[in-house]
Design a protein around this ligand. Sequence first.
Ligand SMILES: Cc1cc2nc3c(=O)[nH]c(=O)nc-3n(C[C@H](O)[C@H](O)[C@H](O)COP(=O)(O)OP(=O)(O)OC[C@H]3O[C@@H](n4cnc5c(N)ncnc54)[C@H](O)[C@@H]3O)c2cc1C
Length: 393
Amino acid sequence: MPTLAETIHPAASPLTVLSDEEKMFQSTIRRFARERIGPHVREMDEASVFRKDLLHEMFELGLMGIEIPEEYGGQGGNFFQAVLAVEALAAVDPSAAVIVDVQNTIANNVIIRWGNEDQKRRYLPKLASETVASFGLSEAGAGSDAFSLATRAVQHGDHYLITGRKLWITNAAEAGLYLLFANANPEAGYRGITCFLVERNFPGFQVGKKEDKLGIRASSTCELILDECRVPAGNVLGEVGKGYKIAIETLNEGRIAIGAQMAGLAQGALDHAIAYSKQRQQFGKAIADFQGVQFELAQMATDVEAARLLVYNGARMRDAGLPFVTEAAMAKYFASQIAESTASRAVEIFGGVGFTKDYPVEKLYRDAKIGRIYEGTSNMQKLTIAKQILGER
Ligand SMILES: Cc1cc2nc3c(=O)[nH]c(=O)nc-3n(C[C@H](O)[C@H](O)[C@H](O)COP(=O)(O)OP(=O)(O)OC[C@H]3O[C@@H](n4cnc5c(N)ncnc54)[C@H](O)[C@@H]3O)c2cc1C
């Protein structure tokens, strides 16, 4: 019989305890976010544009190729590091966070996992160094029901002609490469959906209208227009008809990172609220001295910690090769819920000035709303969780 001490797994460590490497990585990104992005957040939100120089710096720092193996010019990191990056950026600017999120946890990962050697050699070095990428699945008529997409791909010898419109595509204004989903065999239903690597300059491809949004305004969200867009057959990613599998599996992972964006946003709102509560005086003392304010801050801190634990657990499970679908849905669902409530509480702690654009919490409150919508709405996450806990019925 093993002793009790022998049954305790020696590798088990608290989820939020970071390795020295992870700590260094996190502190580099926190400093970059605070010092380089921070001064431009308001201006970028108002202009609805992410500065090109900051994008360039994100490439230089290695932030756009975190998981790309070193042999393809990337950082050779893991998914957990990508999650740390998204979280750290979101505390300062959730728009910067989603740019890095889509590039790393969606686009790069799809090519790393499903691309053939030729595609990896052609695209990964560019994605690590200069090219922004987008993930084009949604359409006007295909949101939660994404696989009802109407974009069609017809093969003509060594190329496909793709026709259709994509909506809501993050990073589309800046991107040079689009991972685009079209149905190459509509009779087969969702089993005809295929993922294509579409370059911005392919004939018949055009970036359409840019949305004017409530939040994450510096992150571009555009329509994509494909009019018999000519895509070489060599740019089919994975197999023809396997696009649905690529999309599902990629979005399962991506959800953990959206959870990280929301947990980071909530941490940012909490940090601002703590600092302001110590400095703002009413009735002859700091508002942080009032128990009513202390209880709000305590609730916010507890919510942020719980969200972070869900996110880190999902990310560490993913890196460990364990099943993580339920945990990912829970992380995104919960973190987006508490991001909204935490940012809302932060606005209230700031009082009247919290409602103005002179202080950062108003923007975080607006930015939080998207967490419950993209990469699967909260209802879709609850459907996933319910399906897993109820089993086959
Ligand atoms: C800023 C932004 C960025 C985005 N970025 C991208 C991107 O990069 N790439 C991409 O492909 N897409 C992107 N999207 C699209 C996004 O993923 C969809 O908006 C989202 O999946 C919801 O689809 P929908 O907008 O069509 O809403 P709908 O599916 O029409 O949903 C409307 C409401 O109905 C509810 N609902 C729908 N079906 C059910 C059901 N079966 N049970 C219960 N409730 C249901 C939903 O929960 C929601 O509340 C982005 C969207 C936004 C706003």
